[in-house]
Design a protein around this ligand. Structure first.
Ligand code: SAM
Length: 191
């Protein structure tokens, strides 16, 4: 992570503290754990939500996701412009994750294999969280996985929503060396 990227992150956080929701980008161990949880590989289509300056994106690419199989959705225009320069062969949509279904369809993907979220999901109003999680499972293949990190002790999706969507939450990893320490959770449909 370059100094320029750290500076960009802090600038965007000052401008939009609730949307960026962290003063620093995710650390390398957390990003690697996210990529591992997504079971990345060259044939897996991945949608990344809220990539920011792109540390998780870099881990996804390092774990084998090819640019044509990577679709990023980022609300902040400065982050989206930065990502488009860093990953010219991948697709960056400057847009809202609540519109994921429409964005993925417009991209020509009937489904994807993983949705990897760096969004501040638990800080969002429940109605917004529900739209995002429902959106993710509307585009995921039947055996697809939704990956989300959290700094909190509990699963980062509302329990009632987990029940209604019939999801199976699992803590994939706890990253003590991230600042702050974080957990990576996966959510799949129950069989
Ligand atoms: C906590 S930062 C995480 C950034 C990066 N993934 C990381 O781990 O360092 C949250 C990111 O989500 C983006 N974001 C917040 N709300 C969003 C939304 N509704 N749709 C798309 N991106 C959003 C922010 O602009 C920011 O880039």
């Amino acid at each position: 992570m370059s100094l320029a990227e750290r500076k960009l992150f802090v600038e965007r956080w000052i401008r939009s503290p609730l949307k960026v929701a962290s003063v620093t980008p995710s650390g390398p161990e957390l990003c690697r754990a996210m990529a591992k949880a997504a079971q990345c590989g060259p044939d897996r289509r991945v949608v990344e939500l809220g990539p920011g300056t792109g540390p998780v994106t870099a881990a996804l690419c390092a774990h084998g996701v090819t640019p044509d199989n990577l679709l990023m959705i980022e609300l902040d225009p400065a982050f989206a412009d930065h990502l488009a320069v860093l990953h010219p062969d991948a697709t960056v949509v400057r847009g809202d994750a609540t519109r994921m279904h429409r964005i993925v369809q417009a991209h020509g993907w009937p489904t994807c294999d993983a949705v990897v979220s760096g969004l501040p999901l638990i800080a969002m109003p429940l109605s917004v969280q529900a739209r995002i999680v429902r959106g993710a499972f509307s585009v995921l293949a039947p055996d697809g996985v939704f990956v989300q990190f959290t700094y909190g002790p509990f699963a980062p999706v509302n329990p009632e929503l987990i029940r209604r969507l019939r999801l199976k939450p699992r803590r994939h990893a706890w990253i003590a060396r991230n600042l702050p320490p974080a957990s990576v959770w996966t959510f799949r449909r129950l069989p």
